[in-house]
Ligand binder design. Sequence first.
Ligand code: AMP
Ligand code: ZN
Length: 466
Amino acid sequence: MRFYNTMTKQKEEFKPIVEGKVSMYACGPTVYDFFHIGNARSFVTFDMMRKYLEYKGYEVTYVQNFTDIDDKMINRANENGITVRELADQYIKEYFEDAESLGIKKATVHPRATDYIEEMIAFIRGLEEKGYTYVIDNDVYYDTEKFAPYGKLSGQNLEDLNVGSRIKADDRKKNPRDFVLWKGKKEGEPYWESPWGDGRPGWHLECSVMSTKLLGNTIDIHAGGIDLIFPHHENEIAQSEALCSCEFANYWLHVNFLNINNEKMSKSLGNFFTVREIREHYTGEEIRFFLLSAHYRNPVNFSDEMMAQAKSALNRLYNSLDNMKHLCDTAEEKPLSTEEEALLKRIEGYQKRFEEVMDDDFNTADAISVLFEIAKEANVNFTETSSKEVIEKTLKTYLLLANTLGFLTQKEEVLDEEIEALLRERAEARKNKNYKRSDEIRDYLKEKGILIEDTKTETRWKRIRT
Ligand code: AMP
Ligand code: ZN
């Protein structure tokens, strides 16, 4: 497998620290509100990477944090008249609801920043002992001058480095790019005791501390949106590498922006849609399909038209799945024909192609095309006279690959046997001219997304998704 590593600015062969295992950390949401579709692009991408690594046989330990203390959290809690903890609890719950609908599996650990205050204090202490900090009033700063490789991830000229978007310029600092490790308490803000007085941690610290604590000093993969390269990840590196005198992460993977009208979608710009809002019109799986339709390092533009396309494309994949299942149920067990053997060879080829494109820096756009190739083969070649084996094997590969991307996971609400039983009851009702009951059954099934079609000799059914 090869990934594009932001640190070296090239695709590199992936070599995990421990054979067969992967440690991965991704920067998660600040839980002051529902997350938007831009955040979703990052979370879905991290989840896709993890699922593909698991498909490859790696045992993945995946950590995604919740930032549950910062200015935005404090302001929103004050506006809502609740505590910061209550606000965090509420939006962590909402996070899991939306994430689940997007097919995002829970991380191995979802640490919350405020559960690691003690470790953060110990971390700052360690930096202090090594001479990387200075104190002004009750604030502790990281002295970037002391860390010679500062800027190595973002590749920026140190003279050009500006202060980060999240931190206002502060004249008291020795250098504008220095950042706060511990902020002295302000009136009305939550605080914790520390050797430097009451206060709270700076934002960058949490990821260094939780990554080290949960995954070790050096990890395989650190991921985030490209907006985090500077200053957030640069600062994480400065903190962690200064303390451990070792590499913080071997591969840095960054997800490009989701834009709206070609501008970054963000809460601060006010041009955002939350996943919760979009879910009123589209399923989580359709949203995921849209998000993975582009390679994660390319920008994507969000629009209703793109969403509608994603919906119809996913529907086509489901139609093939339903056809295959339907044919498989009735197919005869018999030896494979020569054509069927050739078809199975082609299916193996598609799986290989899927792996090739995913191995090449997670090219989900091309991986989705492979799913359509399989769907097309099935649509063109399978009939009532196909052997059970050819359909079963194709179906298995199709589902394995689709599920790896997080698609075709929708549970069927009505089981095939239930449908068959209802259709038998309906046939009986029609024979007895009980049209009320027969219409009831038709309507019930329609509501569940099952369309029935009466031919002269039989009643056929298929699943539809609207
Ligand atoms: P935040 O809640 O702002 O801390 O962001 C959570 C995650 O979403 C981070 O990994 C960000 O880099 C990512 N993110 C924020 N906005 C976007 C966007 N428009 N497109 C892609 N990722 C984003
Ligand atoms: Zn982070």
